[in-house]
Design a protein. Structure first.
Length: 266
């Protein structure tokens, strides 16, 4: 005969909730070590991976927005964060491997409890804009990761940057978010924090716009019409040049160099 605890566990596994094929939710033990029962509104982890969605599903927001503390939306095609404001208790947000750009990240709502956000391998270009948004909307943030984005010049990702570029980036991020304790793959040291207070505001990475890159010499879309040739050319048979044979032969007798060279020195 099975115990009540075993029966409840069987009931949970045999009675799938909505969107079971899309995500799973995991009740965490409370402070006394007991697992939260189905329907309990304690800590819930929501995972919605690899479904190729471009927006957060409305059903996910409706069913679990008020209870979820951790939300993982990795390996989708997210282009918008519309609906994220429904997750009022969120403490951890994972958005790795999506299509979120600078404009989409402006949609980050006010999340007073959020402590962790990872945006690895997205399309973040302007770090300053993202950091201003996060600083304003996520006051308790302690962990941030931007690896795999243009905004993060990490030399390990083969982006053509060196360790100094990456360190300058860290100083700038810590200047904007001084409360961070972990950035990308490293713990924030006290030395970094002090240096960020001193020089961080000068470490902003300025990048040319797409239009400037396209028109740059050597680019793929150079539109310059410059040519060294004259604007108008003379047709064949209309030129004013002449052609002939010159009878004069130059021997160098009157060369300026000969003024200082005597015959016996030749």
């Amino acid at each position: 005969m099975s115990s009540p605890a075993e029966s409840s566990k069987k009931g949970e596994s045999s009675g799938p909730t909505e969107l079971t094929d899309k995500f799973y939710k995991k009740e965490e033990p409370d402070s006394s070590g007991h697992t939260a029962l189905q329907g309990d509104t304690r800590a819930i982890y929501i995972s919605y991976l690899g479904e190729d969605v471009e927006e957060i599903p409305a059903s996910l927001c409706r069913e679990h927005g008020s209870t979820a503390k951790r939300l993982d939306l990795s390996y989708n095609r997210l282009r918008s964060l519309r609906g994220l404001s429904s997750f009022v208790c969120l403490e951890e947000l994972v958005l790795d491997n999506n299509n979120l750009n600078d404009t989409a990240l402006l949609e980050i709502p006010h999340m007073p409890k959020l402590r962790t956000i990872t945006l690895n391998k997205n399309k973040v270009i302007d770090a300053a804009q993202l950091l201003d948004t996060v600083s304003r909307e996520c006051p308790k943030l302690r962990y941030l990761s931007l690896l795999g984005n243009i905004a993060c010049p990490n030399e390990l990702l083969g982006s053509g940057h060196d360790d100094e570029d990456y360190q300058r980036y860290r100083y700038f991020v810590l200047h904007k978010l001084p409360s961070l304790t972990f950035l990308d793959s490293r713990v924030v040291t006290e030395t970094e924090r002090k240096e960020a207070r001193r020089v961080g505001k000068f470490m902003k990475i300025v990048r040319p716009s797409d239009e400037e890159v396209a028109t740059h010499v050597g680019g793929a879309a150079v539109s310059s019409q410059y040519t060294p040739l004259p604007e108008s050319t003379v047709g064949a048979g209309e030129h004013m040049g002449t052609f002939g044979q010159c009878k004069y032969v130059y021997y160098g007798k009157h060369s300026e160099g000969n003024r200082f060279i005597r015959n016996h020195e030749l």
